[in-house]
Design a protein around this ligand. Structure first.
Ligand code: DOR
Length: 440
C-alpha cells in the first residue's frame, strides 16, 4: 500500500451489500487501503471514526443555491458548505435562479462558481426558456456542457405537447427530465395541503390531485416516448402508487422524496409559521407513511433535500404570502436515519442518499471537463475516489438555525434534537469537514 496521507480510523465501512469494521487509507484523492488496522504513516492526518459509519459521500439531486440573483438567501459557496456539513460531496443546483439556468452562459457561470467549493456542484438546466413553460431551452447546448438533468422545478411543465417534445429531445441527447409535478390550475391559490387542517386554519389548500394529475400524465408520456422521467419531491400516497405501478410495468421512471415529506405533516402549519410553507405542501399522516413505504420498497429511488433557502425577511410575512421552501442540506441525513433506519439496513439508507441519486444524475464516473465532477456515489473500495461521509449514528444533532452554514435560517427543525450526526466529510481525499466543523 502506498503511504497514506490521511487515515480514517475505527469506523465501519458501508459496502453496497454489507459493511465491515475497517480503517481507510487515502492518498492523492483515492482510497489506497482498507484494513482492520492501518498504522498512519508519520505526518499523515488521522480522522477518528470510532463508532461511526464510513459511507460514500452523499449526493443531493435537488438543491436551490440561489446564485445568480438571490445571493441574500444563499450563494453557491454557502450552499456547498452547508452540503459538506450535511455529509454531501455533490449537489445538483436547481435552475430557478435569476436568470434561470436556461443557457450555456448561465450554466457555465454556476459551474465555475462551484469549482473549488467544499462540495462538487453539478447543475440542472431548465426545460423551457426562463422556466416560462412556452419554448424549449437549448437542451443540446446545455448537454454539451455536461448537464444531464433538466427541470423547470418550482413549476411543472404544464403543456403536455411541449413536455412530449422535450422528452423526445432528451431521449436523443441521453439526458433525463425531472418534473416538478403540479397542475397549476388545480393548485392555483393554494398555500398548504387541502384537507382537514386547511379548513380549520382558513388557509386555501392545494389538493393531492394537483400533484397526482401530473405524475399520471408524465407516466403516460414516458410510455409514449420511451424517455426516462424523474419525479421530484413526491409527497402523496397516490403519487407513490402511480410510480409503483409504472415501475412494475417496466417504464424508465425514477423518483425522489424530501426529508420533510418523510417526517412532517400539515398539522405543523397549525401555528401559521411560514417556515412550514413548502411546495409540495406538508401532507397527511397517510401520505407520510406512503412516502416512507415507497422509500423502503424501492418505489422511491432517492432522498433529495429540496434545500430552499429564503432570506429571513421574506419569511416574516403572513403564511400565505411567504415563499415556499425550507432548508434541508444540514439535516437530511439525521432525518433519513431517524425515519428509515428502523426499517432499512444502513447500506440501503446510504444507497438512497448516494449511489442511487448519483446514478440518476449520471455523476458516477469522473467528468474531466472544466467544472466536471469526480466519481460520486461510491462504493468505498480500493482505487475509488475518496468522497466520503463519516456519520455517527449514536450522536445527536441539535438544530440551531443561527449555527447553520446557510445564509438563510428557514429550517423547520429549530430546537429539535435529531438522531445521528455527520462527523467528517472527505471530498476527493481532502477533509472538508472535521468533527462537524467546515475547514474552509
Ligand atoms: O418549496 C419549494 N421551494 N418548492 C419548490 O418547488 C421551489 C422551492 C424554491 O425554489 O424555493
Amino acid at each position: 500500500m502506498p503511504d497514506a496521507t490521511l487515515v480514517i480510523r475505527g469506523g465501519t465501512v458501508i459496502g453496497p451489500e454489507r459493511s465491515a469494521r475497517l480503517d481507510v487509507a487515502v492518498r492523492d484523492g483515492a482510497v489506497v487501503g482498507l484494513a482492520e488496522a492501518i498504522d498512519p504513516p508519520r505526518g499523515a492526518a488521522v480522522l477518528d471514526a470510532t463508532g461511526c459509519l464510513v459511507g460514500p459521500g452523499l449526493v443531493d439531486l435537488h438543491a436551490h443555491l440561489r446564485q445568480p440573483g438571490r445571493e441574500e438567501a444563499e450563494t453557491i459557496e454557502t450552499g456547498a458548505r452547508a452540503a459538506a456539513l450535511g455529509g454531501y460531496t455533490a449537489i445538483v443546483a436547481m435552475p430557478n435562479t435569476e436568470p434561470a439556468i436556461d443557457s450555456a452562459g448561465v450554466a457555465g457561470e454556476v459551474l465555475a462558481l462551484g469549482a473549488g467549493c467544499t462540495a462538487e456542484v453539478a447543475v440542472a438546466g431548465a426545460i423551457t426558456v426562463g422556466r416560462a413553460g412556452t419554448a424549449l431551452a437549448p437542451l443540446g447546448e446545455l448537454a454539451a456542457l455536461g448537464v444531464t438533468l433538466f427541470t423547470d422545478d418550482g413549476a411543472g411543465v404544464q403543456d403536455g405537447a411541449l413536455m412530449r417534445r422535450a422528452l423526445d429531445y432528451a431521449k436523443g441527447l441521453g439526458v433525463t427530465l425531472a418534473q416538478h409535478c403540479e397542475d397549476a390550475c388545480l393548485a392555483a391559490g393554494g398555500a398548504m395541503h387541502e384537507g382537514s387542517w386547511s379548513s380549520r386554519l382558513g388557509i386555501p389548500g392545494t389538493p393531492a390531485a394537483a400533484e397526482e394529475a401530473m405524475v399520471a400524465r408524465d407516466i403516460t408520456l414516458a410510455r409514449l416516448t420511451g424517455a426516462p422521467v424523474h419525479f421530484l419531491h413526491l409527497s402523496t400516497a397516490g403519487s407513490v402508487e402511480l410510480v409503483r405501478r409504472a415501475k412494475a410495468e417496466g417504464l424508465a421512471v425514477t423518483a425522489e422524496a424530501a426529508p420533510h415529506h418523510m417526517l412532517l405533516t400539515h398539522a405543523a402549519v397549525a401555528g401559521y409559521d411560514p417556515v412550514f410553507r413548502v411546495n409540495p405542501p406538508l401532507r397527511t399522516d397517510e401520505d407520510v407513511a406512503a412516502v416512507v413505504a415507497g422509500l423502503c420498497d424501492g418505489t422511491i429511488d432517492a432522498v433529495a433535500t429540496d434545500h430552499a433557502p429564503h432570506a429571513p425577511e421574506s419569511k416574516e410575512v403572513p403564511f400565505d404570502q411567504a415563499p415556499p421552501g425550507m432548508l434541508g442540506l444540514q439535516t437530511a441525513l439525521p432525518i433519513a436515519w431517524e425515519v428509515l433506519s428502523p426499517h432499512l439496513a444502513p447500506e440501503r439508507v446510504f444507497a438512497l442518499m448516494s449511489a442511487q441519486p448519483a446514478a440518476i444524475a449520471r455523476l458516477t464516473a469522473t467528468d474531466p471537463r472544466v467544472g466536471g465532477h469526480s466519481a460520486q456515489g461510491g462504493p468505498v473500495e480500493l482505487g475509488a475516489v475518496a468522497n466520503l461521509c463519516v456519520f455517527d449514528p449514536a450522536a445527536t444533532t441539535v438544530v440551531d438555525p443561527m449555527q447553520l452554514a446557510s445564509r438563510s435560517r428557514n429550517t423547520p427543525y429549530a430546537g429539535r434534537t435529531l438522531a445521528g450526526a455527520v462527523r467528517h466529510t472527505v471530498l476527493r481525499g481532502e477533509p472538508v469537514v472535521i468533527d462537524a466543523v467546515a475547514q474552509r
